[in-house]
Design a protein around this ligand. Structure first.
Ligand code: HEM
Length: 543
């Protein structure tokens, strides 16, 4: 456009030479050109300045086309922390055609989850997450919007409310007690702690969902299979996938992530479908059993599943029954998969740290004896009084956050954070694992020292308001199951530690290395031997 205008101006100047008003016309023309050029120059300088004022974050150079992809390795959480030492509080990684931004300081994290929380409340699920969440229908992977807002509101206000969680305490307790009596029969034998706690959690969640649990001879085998499948699922969700970085190549599925996720997703889908069929159609299944009296599900009794079934209709009014079923399974996945693996992994870490630090184990057991007594079982009302155990759990969350990179967020508009531009659509990781071990924040950060949480117990809670400590995330997308996670984790752990003495099998060396998945687990499963420590055997039989 400016070229056309300049051209017309030159033409005008040429014709003016032959006319009487040649001089004023020439001046006008020059002025127009000068103003246009000046405007253009000022605009370009301003634009350059603006960009240089807020450039993209620093970051390592990569290779043409591939970016940093060839250097990423398998342990993302370790690599991201290594890079944070070089590039500081915020850096970028170009991975194929996608831009990733990693946040490594509380002050920059605050800008994301507090100051610009609304901008960053979106997710951009990768191929594996989209497939596994039935096309982004789960709470965890749905885009910000009315669907996600309504679902989350329902989940947090109705399912996770104190009243609702109090109402289903009995169901949780029965599952924990059942596990304790099974364990009593196995005392003196080595137990895989991750497997044990996952089974408690699956059954606890299923009991709260619809009053049914895994039952029968195949129960343990099913639990172990579930664990294996969920572990693979978490690795696939977190693995760098070439198809995500080069969408044009996605059809090739070069690493087979899509193929593997399809298989894992199918297994979980069948599992969840059986749960729904048992719960809603009264279908029988050799693996699931409804608790006695639960078969007469009536109008007054609204378990988790019933609440979802009712409200899901409102959410997806115009959808076909198949779609509604998918939405329901996506939500069940949030609970049965997202809620169980994170919680049981954390219990395993706590047990490992306590077995490593015998004096802390003694303090925990002493506190349990004082608060609960050796002639009683743990109840949820004891939990707030277990100050030392709660500090141990917080310290385990600090050193071993289940999701050390949280779940990535995506800004819906370009914005400035920490003085750098984060373009719309980039993937933003909050490197909580790194912040939790930052020596400028934490004294001797790699030491397991629960006492740091006792010094000022009100300073650190799990609500994500202190950006130096965010094991459940923060802001609009903070963990939706926090209330239940806190109760289930502390109750199961306190019960296991109160009812049994634990020791490592002879000759076994404990090590605490981890392996990456979206949930970071112990590299080698923790195996320990339980021995009863309560006053009478009858206590182990109580429900
Ligand atoms: C120790 C146990 C748990 C840990 C450490 C944990 C941690 C987290 C974290 C870090 C996030 C991402 C937060 C963010 O992006 O800022 C998250 C999201 C979520 N969690 Fe948990 N979680 C746990 C247990 C549970 C349980 C028991 C449930 C369900 C009953 C649950 C349901 C969810 C859901 C639905 C989301 C997605 C929230 C959203 O995107 O709006 N979690 N969790």
């Amino acid at each position: 456009m400016s070229n056309g205008y300049a051209g017309r101006a030159w033409l005008c100047l040429w014709h003016a030479k032959e006319e009487d008003d040649a001089i004023p016309t020439a001046i006008t023309t020059f002025l127009v050109i000068a103003i246009a050029t000046l405007t253009f120059l000022v605009f370009s300088i301003f634009r350059r300045r603006k960009n240089s004022k807020n450039p993209l974050p620093p970051g390592p150079r990569g290779m043409p086309f591939l970016g940093y992809l060839p250097f990423l390795g398998n342990d993302l959480h370790r690599k991201f922390s290594e890079l944070a030492k070089t590039y500081g509080p915020i850096y970028k990684l170009q991975l194929g055609s996608k831009l990733y931004v990693v946040i490594n300081s509380p002050s920059v994290a605050r800008e994301i989850v507090r100051d610009q929380d609304m901008t960053f409340a979106n997710r951009d699920p990768n191929i594996a997450a989209t497939m596994s969440s039935y096309g982004g229908r789960s709470i965890a992977f749905a885009s910000q919007g009315p669907y996600w807002r309504n679902l989350r509101k329902l989940f947090v206000r109705q399912i996770m409310s104190n009243a609702s969680l109090d109402a289903c305490y009995d169901l949780r307790r029965q599952e924990v007690r059942k596990a304790l009596s099974d364990l009593y029969r196995k005392s003196g034998m080595p137990v895989d702690i991750g497997e044990l706690t996952l089974l408690i959690l699956i059954n606890g969640m299923m009991a709260m969902l619809w009053g049914g649990t895994l039952e029968g001879d195949k129960c343990e085998a099913m639990g172990a299979e579930f664990r294996k499948v969920v572990a693979e699922y978490m690795v696939l969700l977190g693995s760098p996938n070439v198809s995500d970085f080069f969408p044009a190549l996605a059809w090739l599925d070069l690493q087979g992530v899509e193929r593997d996720m399809k298989r894992v997703h199918q297994w979980l889908d069948d599992f969840l479908q059986s749960v729904i069929d048992c719960a809603t159609k009264g279908k029988t299944n050799e693996l699931f059993k409804q608790k006695e009296g639960e078969s007469e599900r009536n109008e007054q009794k609204r378990d988790f599943l019933q609440i979802f079934l009712d409200v899901e209709m409102d959410l997806e009014d115009n959808h076909s029954p198949t779609d509604k079923n998918r939405v329901l399974k996506a939500i069940l996945k949030d609970i049965v998969v997202g809620g169980t693996d994170t919680t049981s992994t954390t219990i395993e870490w706590v047990m490992a740290e306590l077995l490593q630090n015998q004096n802390m184990m003694n303090k925990v057991v002493h506190e349990l004896t004082e608060v609960v007594g050796d002639d009683k079982m743990v109840e949820e009302h004891h939990l707030p009084k277990l100050k030392y155990l709660n500090a141990v759990i917080k310290e385990a969350f600090r050193l071993h956050p289940a999701l050390p990179l949280l779940v990535p967020r995506t800004p819906h508009a370009s914005c400035v954070v920490g003085g750098y531009t984060i373009p719309k659509g980039s993937n933003v990781f909050l490197n909580v694992g790194y912040i939790h071990r930052d020596p400028t924040i934490w004294d001797k950060p790699s030491e397991f020292r629960p006492e740091r949480f006792l010094e000022d117990p009100s300073k650190y809670d799990l609500s994500g308001n202190d950006f130096t400590y965010m094991p459940f995330g923060s802001g609009r997308r903070i963990c939706a199951g926090l209330a239940l996670a806190e109760r289930m984790l502390t109750f199961s752990l306190a019960s296991l530690l109160h009812s049994f003495e634990w020791e490592l099998p002879q000759g076994v060396e404990l090590e605490l290395s981890d392996k990456f998945g979206i949930v970071v687990k112990k590299l080698n499963p923790l195996v320990a031997i339980p021995r009863p420590r309560l006053s009478t055997p009858e206590l182990y039989m109580s429900r």
